[in-house]
Design a protein around this ligand. Structure first.
Ligand SMILES: [Mn+2]
Length: 319
């Protein structure tokens, strides 16, 4: 990293060697390579309908990119051109997010359904690659919200693994990584903890598979925050940071010291995205079980959350 890259928010005394005097300068703090993202579902259900105000807001609040959710039902009508224009106008990057449904479920015993799922991941990778994104992540291994009343079977595991491998091979040329996000037990029976996601990624055994961890789900499923992040190591391709009630980061029970110590331990220098929702976006609230105000506002989640998390970044990560 270039030592001359300054942090504009800090004032530093700099000793100038050849001339022998002290200068007052902004910066001279090595910046971490972490990029900050915000989830589009915080502000809008269907991002591509009117992306400009959301992109503008993300920019004003200090984010580097926006995570855009596209469901299998939405992808064919997604307004790529409008989104591209809005992102370019504000100089923001994007991260692709998708969750499979019952018609695209990679764990299904029905080959037609699995093929539709593989096809959706391929289309998602192509879409986000065209938008400049490098990642398609979420519940990409099975149907989000599906519960069967029992644990996963060997057959479901193998179906998902083999389908993911095929999807990775089809998308490798687009330069997009497919992320596996373990979710809590109320949203999936298939992948709840980092260790299982790592095992699945290793069995897929393709260079463009990764593991995506989320503090909201980890808080429910893991024994602690430090060990799973460190054990995931190089395979960790993405982080969702979210308070335990999906409110403003820093106001609840999440052990942020452990999260950032672990990220620092593995030299994590990829995207960190704030993912929270409010009851104001009805369909998102319904699918993520947000029944009450967990934060003063969506804007507070973005601005206060980012401020808190950036303070942790300064404390624990390079920069
Ligand atoms: Mn998440």
């Amino acid at each position: 990293m270039d030592e001359t890259e300054y942090d504009e928010n800090r004032l530093h005394l700099v000793y100038s060697k050849p001339k022998g005097f002290v200068q007052l300068r902004f910066g001279l703090r090595r910046r971490s390579m972490v990029k900050w993202g915000i989830h589009s579902l915080l502000w809008t259900e269907r991002f591509d309908v009117n992306p400009e105000p959301v992109v503008r807001k993300a920019k004003v609040f200090g984010f580097d990119g926006i995570e855009i959710y596209v469901s299998p039902k939405q992808i064919d009508t997604f307004d790529k051109g409008g989104v591209k224009k809005a992102l370019r106008k504000e100089g923001l990057e994007c991260i692709g997010c998708t969750c499979l449904d019952k018609d695209t479920d990679l764990t299904s015993g029905d080959e037609t359904i699995r093929k539709l799922g593989i096809n959706h991941l391929r289309k998602s990778a192509e879409l986000f690659s065209e938008l400049g994104g490098k990642l398609v992540t979420g519940v990409t291994y099975g149907a989000w919200g599906k519960l069967t009343g029992t644990g996963r079977t060997k057959e479901e595991w193998n179906n998902s693994r083999d389908s993911l491998r095929e999807a990775c091979r089809l998308t490798r040329d687009s330069g997009v990584i497919i992320g596996l996000e373990p979710a809590n037990r109320f949203e999936t029976y298939f992948l709840n903890v980092a260790a299982d996601a790592v095992r699945l990624a290793k069995e897929v055994n393709e260079p463009n598979i990764g593991v995506h961890l989320d503090t909201f789900h980890m808080n429910i499923e893991e024994k602690n925050f430090y060990d799973p992040i460190v054990a995931t190591g190089e395979l960790l391709c993405y982080m969702h940071l979210c308070e335990n009630d999906r409110g403003v980061a820093g106001t609840g029970n999440i052990d942020w010291e452990a999260v950032f110590r672990a990220l620092s331990h593995i030299n994590y220098e990829k995207w960190i995205t704030l993912e929270s929702f409010t009851p104001d976006i009805k369909s998102v609230a319904a699918s993520t079980a947000i029944w009450r105000q967990v934060a003063p506002s969506a804007d507070a989640i973005a601005s206060d959350g980012l401020k808190f998390l950036k303070s942790k970044q300064k404390q624990y990560l390079k920069g």
